[in-house]
Design a protein around this ligand. Structure first.
Ligand code: CTP
Ligand code: CA
Length: 225
């Protein structure tokens, strides 16, 4: 971990990171969530802290421990996450959406526990707001980084998301590769910008991925001024 003066690449910068999975309520004792461990987002928040940034970590559901000396904003649903990120958006310099946001939520949230009745039960789901896409439309000076977890056609899907959500960078990982993606301590990612591949990182710790990613972002922000 570098903490020397010349390495405080993000000193004076505000970095907002989302991590973990969202929790979508069904009734008082049940919910829908996903396998996101939060580890990639936590590694990014810790790396940004080490590079001198003012870090806000918007944290959904996770089993892992968030890094120390980082301001944590706990949230549950996609809607909560959207509201928390929106509050931090205006003066943010870099916004990194590593969270696994549920695409759908139950249409109805029951106030009482659903009783077991018939042989089948259908839950109707409705689409959640796409946080990244919404931020992309609002973007002024913010440097916006999205993630894309794919099981096929990695580059095509990742670049399509980058365009659609107006991101500056997208971090794509092939979750079918062992050691990459949900729950692991390592990751193998491809980083794209509008023009194509920026870097293809071999399998490495999420800490190292985080540092490489933030260095790219810091250089690009510096290059714009
Ligand atoms: N994302 C978001 N809000 C959503 C869904 C996704 O902000 N409601 C963000 C994720 O945090 C991630 C990026 O969008 O940074 C890509 O998420 P992903 O699930 O890969 O893409 P989707 O657009 O949801 O498409 P699909 O799940 O169909 O591949
Ligand atoms: Ca999705």
């Amino acid at each position: 971990v570098q903490t020397q003066g010349q390495d405080l690449l993000l000193k004076g910068k505000k970095v907002v990171v989302t991590a973990g999975g969202t929790v979508e309520r069904i009734d008082p004792v049940r919910y829908i969530t996903n396998d996101s461990s939060g580890k990639m987002g936590f590694a990014i928040a810790a790396a940004a802290r080490d590079l001198g940034a003012d870090v806000k970590l918007v944290m959904g559901n996770t089993q892992a421990q968030p890094p120390e000396q980082v301001e944590v904003i706990p949230v549950q649903s996609a809607q909560d996450m959207y509201e928390a990120v929106s509050k931090e958006w205006q003066d943010a310099d870099i916004v990194i959406k590593a969270a696994a946001v549920a695409d759908y939520r139950p249409k109805e949230v029951y106030t009482e526990k659903i009783k077991k009745t018939g042989d089948t039960l259908s839950l109707e789901l409705v689409k959640n707001i796409d946080i990244l896409e919404t931020l992309g439309k609002r973007k002024t000076h913010q440097y916006l980084i999205g993630f894309a977890a794919e099981t096929q056609s990695l580059e095509m899907y990742a670049r399509e998301k980058l365009e659609r959500k107006n991101c500056d960078l997208i971090v794509a990982n092939d979750v079918t590769r062992s050691g990459a993606g949900f729950g692991t301590d390592t990751n193998a990612v491809h980083i794209y910008d509008r023009d194509g591949l920026v870097e293809e990182l071999e399998l490495m710790s999420k800490q190292d991925v985080a540092h490489r990613l933030l260095r790219i972002a810091a250089e690009r922000i510096a290059g714009r001024n």
